[in-house]
Design a binder for this molecule. Structure first.
Ligand code: HPA
Length: 288
């Protein structure tokens, strides 16, 4: 009765009762980036508190609403705010909304986040297209797919090579070109947080091959890939995370999000405007 599929269905039917739109693209808006949800046509706003299994958000800059509507002619479900492992939730709780949005009809996930840039010559406000990830909490055992696997959701051992969809990456590059936006590319390393990293930890992240660090997104992408969703990830560099640089703080993260809002909004809108039906068709999670 209380198995994961039942919980997902409970949340799905609650959301579906609010709107006749069947969203195809799920968009998760990270710290300071939630304003994009204001741009939707025919929006229906559902507070997380009204959706069973969705948690209250506790972080400033993460409002806690699901907005369903149309953006660039695409039916989208936009999460204004996400759940974080560092808030004390399990990885399964953190990723529950992705399960629900997939069941609702979403076959594509566009995840955005605030991240610390690990390169001294990058700048606050730069955007980075995520080409790959390192899931440090997952590798250490905090993995959302740990435990019994329900084959109706996805395979026991989903592949994560090629997790970031090649066609979506090409669309994002094309959109950046058209808009004249500098779009960096690289590897996002997820840490559990909530403390920002020490200097030695930042040096370790560089040695591991990461370009940015953050506290979200990867767990969501792993679960999305488990279900065969196509994924794209976009990081806003809100601070430079350098071993010898000034310490990061949450307010600068939010300020950078506000300043970069038009750039991110334009990029996401352009990707949506050019996404075709093929890009919203699910792919096999074990054959990326
Ligand atoms: N570290 C981890 N997470 C972050 C950072 C950072 O420097 N900036 C934004 N999210």
């Amino acid at each position: 009765m209380n198995d994961l599929l039942t919980q997902i269905e409970h949340a799905r039917s609650t959301i579906a009762a609010h709107t006749s739109i069947v969203p195809r693209i799920a968009i998760i808006l990270g710290s300071g980036l939630s304003a994009l949800a204001d741009d939707l046509d025919d929006p229906v706003v559902i507070p997380y508190a009204a959706i069973p299994g969705f948690l209250p958000t506790t972080v400033i800059g993460h409002p806690g609403e699901l907005v369903i509507g149309m953006l660039e002619g695409q039916p989208v479900a936009v999460m204004r705010g996400r759940f974080h492992f560092y808030e004390g939730h399990s990885m399964q709780q953190v990723t529950f909304p992705v399960r629900v949005l997939h069941t609702l009809g979403c076959t594509t996930l566009l995840a955005t986040n605030a991240a610390g840039g690990l390169h001294a010559d990058w700048h606050i406000g730069d955007l980075m297209l995520i080409t790959d990830h390192i899931f440090l909490p997952g590798l250490a055992g905090h993995h959302p797919l740990r435990g019994p696997n329900d084959e109706r959701l996805g395979p026991r051992f989903p592949a994560m090579v090629g997790a970031y969809d090649r066609e979506l990456l090409a669309l994002a590059r094309g959109a950046a070109d058209r808009l004249g936006i500098l779009l960096r590319e690289g590897v996002y390393l997820m840490l559990s947080g909530p403390a920002f990293e020490s200097g030695a930890e930042l040096r370790m992240c560089r040695l591991l091959g990461a370009d940015v660090v953050g506290m979200s997104t990867v767990s969501e992408v792993v679960v999305a890939r488990h279900m065969g969703m196509r994924c794209m990830g976009l990081s806003l560099i809100t601070n430079l995370a350098l071993p010898d640089g000034p310490p990061a703080n949450h307010l600068e993260v939010l300020d950078a999000g506000e300043a970069a809002r038009p750039k991110i909004a334009a990029l996401i809108r352009s990707v949506l405007a050019h996404i075709d039906r093929a890009a919203t068709t699910p792919t096999s999670p074990d054959r990326p």
